[in-house]
Design a protein around this ligand. Structure first.
Ligand code: B16
Ligand code: MG
Length: 217
């Protein structure tokens, strides 16, 4: 029996990946590392510190920075990212999401958010969606996706068992996290990356509440 739907944020509810990309590109450029949009694909759904590590490895300089210096670099990127988030408006909710949330809530479903982003609440406020979600899990969990922690925390916050929840994700690590939590997974994106999803949709426009409910119930 499905009683809750738990959403990822970047790539499912909105497309903040471009802002992450711009902020990381600026920081990487300042320390002499070039990244492009293709490289940015492997940062989707990955936590801030893990993203920095991947960028430093990409530049072959991961060993050259102390933990304190890495923390300072991540903080610098975040300041730039938060400044870019000023551009975010309610118009940037991805197609189909508002209708899905409305229909799910009207049908009595609980709604949760399981984003790796420590800026999730700011983003949901900017999108005018905070009131549409019942529980936002704190991204400061011990282990990031593909570990199940953030999805388990979201289920706990909603007062439900994982087997009563569906997760929706756009990243392969996110699908793994949903399954590791014991939930069914909806993937948003292409089959090559998300082949493990139980239900795969090309984009959020195809996300219809009744269709998803009928598929899993
Ligand atoms: P922050 P999601 C993820 O969001 C992003 O996809 C990823 O690029 C980012 O590094 C991560 O959040 C952490 O974000 O730096 O704001 O804490 O897809 O899990 O909603
Ligand atoms: Mg995502």
């Amino acid at each position: 029996m499905i009683r809750a739907i738990i959403f990822d944020l970047d790539g499912v509810i909105t497309e903040t990946a471009e802002y992450h990309y711009q902020a990381w590109k600026q920081l990487a450029g300042e320390i002499g590392i070039a990244i492009d949009r293709q490289f940015n694909e492997c940062l989707k759904g990955v936590s801030r510190m893990d993203s920095l590590e991947l960028i430093l490895q990409h530049g072959g300089v991961a060993e050259q920075y102390s933990d304190e210096e890495k923390a300072a670099l991540a903080e610098r990127k975040n300041r730039q990212y938060v400044a870019l988030l000023q551009n975010l408006t309610p118009n940037q909710v991805l197609p189909g999401i508002r209708d899905f949330l409305r229909d799910a809530r009207a049908d009595g479903m609980k709604l949760g958010l399981a984003s790796a982003s420590k800026n999730a609440r700011t983003i949901m406020d900017a999108l005018d969606l905070t009131q549409s979600i019942d529980f936002i899990a704190d991204a400061a969990v011990a282990r990031s996706k593909p570990a199940p922690d953030i999805f388990l925390l979201a289920a706990e916050g909603l007062g439900l068992s994982p087997e009563n929840c569906i997760g929706i994700e756009d990243a392969a690590a996110g699908i793994k996290a949903i399954h590791a939590a014991g939930m069914k997974a909806v993937g948003i994106g292409d089959a090559a990356t998300l082949r493990e999803a139980d239900l795969l949709l090309n984009d959020t426009e195809k996300l219809n509440y009744n269709a998803v409910k009928n598929y899993f119930c």
